[in-house]
Design a protein around this ligand. Structure first.
Ligand SMILES: NC(=O)c1ccc[n+]([C@@H]2O[C@H](COP(=O)([O-])OP(=O)(O)OC[C@H]3O[C@@H](n4cnc5c(N)ncnc54)[C@H](O)[C@@H]3O)[C@@H](O)[C@H]2O)c1
Length: 283
């Protein structure tokens, strides 16, 4: 009898463990923002990763989402799947590094679609290089994607946003600006540039009721990250040694911040960068 008592574990810790696992994996329920219902949202890089999650989340809240991405087929699949929300998802195939193609695509959108109320500049790439062992061409190409297309979309869409009496611009930066991994010098320079652009642009357009903010995600386990960069060791270190909260970051943890910044619920928030990384950058 005694030996049974000693070897049979109490069911309580097991129950607690199961509850914790359920809690950890629970899909986050984002609030519905009624003011987004009639808005037109434009998202760059909306076909995969963070952008895909944004397309789906905004489609559930609004009437029209436009995505600009070179992955056209994936965009079409998402557009079809979002029909259930009664939201029109328009997909434009464009190489965002090709300024003239981008400019003419934006001109076409301005002609064919309602004014863009919420602009989300999101597409980007994060190549690693030892020290500064990259060509000038590679450096410039990275800026073309990670910074220049953000500038071009703002330049082309802002006048109509001003005429419409307001709007929200959200730009994806990165917590790398603070974490500063040594093999991400070029990437980090582009993401810091975004924060500078956000701060000055917010100053310039605030009087038109246009807000400009950045979101700086932590290491978000998107499909490309998992395929390209994530190793079990690096993932363990990030979650358990570098983040304050030991959770795996997915797009689930991220989209709520964009929804909030797009909606009138954040109408007094501009010029800010919100770091969404479970406390990693502050550690
Ligand atoms: N995933 C992360 O851990 C993480 C962390 C911090 C910041 N970010 C930033 O978030 C943004 C999205 O990253 P992600 O991980 O979702 O990337 P992703 O590679 O999963 O998705 C990027 C999307 O942009 C599109 N795209 C890329 N280059 C393009 C081009 N030249 N023309 C047209 N479309 C193009 C791709 O087709 C893809 O659909 C990037 O700015 C990235 O720097 C990501």
């Amino acid at each position: 009898m005694l030996s049974i008592e000693l070897t049979t574990p109490s069911p309580l810790p097991l129950f607690k463990k199961v509850c914790l696992i359920i809690l950890k994996n629970k899909k986050i329920m984002n609030p519905i923002y009624p003011d987004l219902k009639n808005k037109h949202i434009l998202i760059t890089g909306g076909s995969n990763g963070i952008g895909e999650a944004l397309t789906r989340s905004f489609a559930a809240q609004t009437k029209e989402v436009t995505i600009l991405d070179q992955d056209y087929n994936k965009g079409l699949v998402i557009a079809k799947e979002c029909e259930k929300y009664n939201c029109k998802v328009n997909v434009y195939c464009v190489d965002l590094t090709d300024t003239s193609a981008l400019t003419s695509t934006l001109a076409q959108i301005k002609k064919e679609r309602p004014v863009v109320n919420v602009l989300i500049n999101n597409a980007g790439y994060d190549p690693r290089y030892p020290l500064l062992e990259m060509s000038e061409q590679a450096w410039n190409d990275l800026f073309q994607l990670n910074v220049t297309h953000y500038f071009i979309t703002c330049r082309e869409l802002l006048p109509d946003m001003i005429d419409a009496g307001g709007g929200s611009i959200i730009m994806t930066s990165s917590h790398q600006v603070w974490v500063a991994n040594p093999d991400l010098i070029a990437y980090n320079a582009t993401k810091a540039a975004i924060i500078g652009m956000v701060r000055s642009l917010a100053e310039a357009v605030g009087k038109h009721y246009i807000r400009v903010n950045a979101v700086a995600p932590g290491w978000i386990m998107t499909e490309r990250q998992l395929n390209q960069w994530v190793t079990p060791e690096a993932k363990y270190k990030t979650i358990h040694e570098q983040q304050s909260i030991p959770i795996e970051l997915t797009t689930n943890e991220l989209v709520g911040t964009y929804l909030f910044l797009a909606s009138d619920s954040s109408r007094a928030i501009t010029r800010q960068t919100i770091v969404v990384d479970a406390g990693h950058a502050q550690s």
